[in-house]
Design a protein around this ligand. Structure first.
Ligand SMILES: [Cu+2]
Length: 488
């Protein structure tokens, strides 16, 4: 039987030319221009529910989650088949604390073949988590249909905006496309003492582009360059509105898309504050008017609506596309009420220690290649992913520099590279120091087409097998991923 990646190779060249166009539904009169047909800003934002532990001890919270196919109402009047965590997409949010272990038991209730023709095996990865190898979600550590697996998350790391998602070899992309992703928000007493906007004023937002067919089902082609949609979903809702008060809000924004990047900006041109990215709070907030997120990148931001009149609105936009694109408007904030606001954004957030390049005991180079017109496999150092091939063996307790060279055929594509197990710091991208927003702890670095990036990190606490890979999920599946082992 052909593996998914072989099928993808065969389909790659074809799908770019014809498949996506063939899947476009007819436009309903008066509806929006995207394939959902849902008019912009008519659906309320949904905030994923916080998952309640099934039990707890003095040290540990225990959770249960089911993975299954079900349906969701994304387009009013239509039923959309999804793969959900606890019956929903995005899945429920886990809120965890540093120093308290979380043990999550995932049960796989999938059939042997799922939506999109993907495998019924699943793997769960806590993205940004620092966890023992056995709980990291190695792509072949399958949870077979009808089985369960328990993942232990020590929460012994700098708190941050994490997320959990499927990571099964060859079929991560369709599994995530059909719904397998959710937030995992880790905090500690230091962060709580800052008095940042919290409670109802701290809201996770996952941005995902999707495409629908006329029945309301999600359309997935698996195109080799990376699946893109024409409809924007935020927290699983098409271009939602969110009713806000005249005050500050903290948003944990995740680009949960398979391959699309977004440059976030507000329609009134106002600035907002970036508190941090993947690895938690920066030393100090950074004020910007836009920030670009590659797949899997997160931005922890504060938007202040206090200067907006009640009855007015502000739109969150994606200025990487033109104003007529269906992907330009992401969601709308309707300012509907006043509120007292005792929260603050302090001028200093969390102490940050810069890693020193002179402390690195090794520099490794990874060449990103492949792809191209014929839909060829994506490669790292010329090879596709083999779960038994170890391409780097950093020693526990040491610091290394990893350099990524993006070969980029004919200009190539960006490759957002994610390294499991550790948070890193970006030394440079195309030889230049990162922007202040990107100078803190990160787990994903967007390596530009034809360019390069260097990151530095220290391997601590755990030995065993992990992976690094492109987080353009179709690139990952076909097969820009490699195993590294942290060794004693
Ligand atoms: Cu890539």
């Amino acid at each position: 039987m052909a593996t998914r990646r072989e099928v993808l190779k065969a389909l790659g060249a074809l799908s770019a030319a014809g498949a996506s166009a063939a899947l476009l539904p007819l436009k309903a009169f008066g509806a929006s221009n995207d394939s959902s047909g849902v008019a912009s800003f008519t659906q309320p934002l949904r905030v994923p529910p916080v998952l309640t532990p099934t039990s707890a001890t003095s040290t540990t919270d225990y959770y249960d989650m089911q993975i299954a196919q079900t349906t969701a109402t994304i387009i009013p009047g239509k039923s959309t088949p999804i793969i959900g965590y606890n019956g929903m997409t995005p899945g429920p949010t886990i809120r965890a604390r540093v120093g308290r272990e979380a043990v999550v038991n995932f049960y796989n209730g999938l059939p042997t073949t799922t939506l999109g023709g993907a495998t019924g095996n699943t793997v769960v990865h806590l993205h940004g988590g620092h966890a023992p190898s056995a709980s990291d979600g190695f792509p072949t550590d399958y949870i077979n249909p009808g089985s369960n697996r328990t993942y232990t998350y020590p929460n012994n790391q700098v708190p941050a905006t994490l997320w959990y998602h499927d990571h099964v070899m060859d079929d991560t992309a369709p599994h995530v496309w059909y719904g397998l992703a959710g937030f995992y928000l880790l905090t500690d007493s230091v962060e709580e003492a800052l008095n940042l906007p919290s409670g109802a004023y701290e809201v996770p937002l996952v941005i995902q582009d999707r495409r629908f067919n006329t029945s309301g089902a999600l359309a997935y082609s698996g195109t080799n360059n990376g699946e893109t949609g024409d409809a924007v979903l935020v927290n699983g809702v098409v271009q939602p509105y969110f009713s806000v008060a005249k005050r500050k809000y903290r948003f944990r924004v995740l680009n949960g898309s398979n391959s699309r990047q977004y440059r976030l900006a507000l329609s009134n041109g106002a600035s907002f504050k970036v508190l941090g990215m993947e690895g938690g709070l920066l030393a100090a907030p950074v004020t910007v008017t836009n920030i670009t997120l590659a797949p899997a990148e997160r931005a922890d931001i504060v938007i202040d609506f206090s200067g907006i009149a009640v009855g007015s609105n502000v739109t969150l936009r994606n200025t990487l596309v033109g104003s007529t694109s269906t992907l330009y408007n992401l969601m709308r904030f309707n300012v509907t009420t006043t509120a007292t606001d005792t929260s603050v954004v302090p001028s200093t957030l969390r102490p940050f220690t810069k890693l020193n390049a002179a402390d690195a005991v090794a520099t490794r180079t990874f060449t990103l290649g492949g792809g191209g017109m014929m839909g060829g496999a994506w490669t790292i150092n010329g090879a596709v992913f083999n779960p038994n091939t170890v391409i780097a063996s950093p020693k526990l307790g040491t610091t290394e520099i990893w350099q990524f060279n993006n070969g980029g055929m004919m200009g190539g594509m960006n490759h957002p590279i994610h390294i499991h197990d550790v948070m890193f710091q970006i030394l440079d991208i195309n030889g230049a120091a990162p922007a202040a927003t990107h100078a803190g702890w990160k787990d994903t670095v967007n390596v530009p087409a034809g360019g390069s990036a260097r990151v530095i990190m220290k391997f601590t606490d755990y030995t065993g097998k992990y992976v690094l890979h492109c987080h353009n999920l179709e690139h990952e599946d076909n097969s820009m991923m490699a195993r590294f082992d942290v060794v004693p």
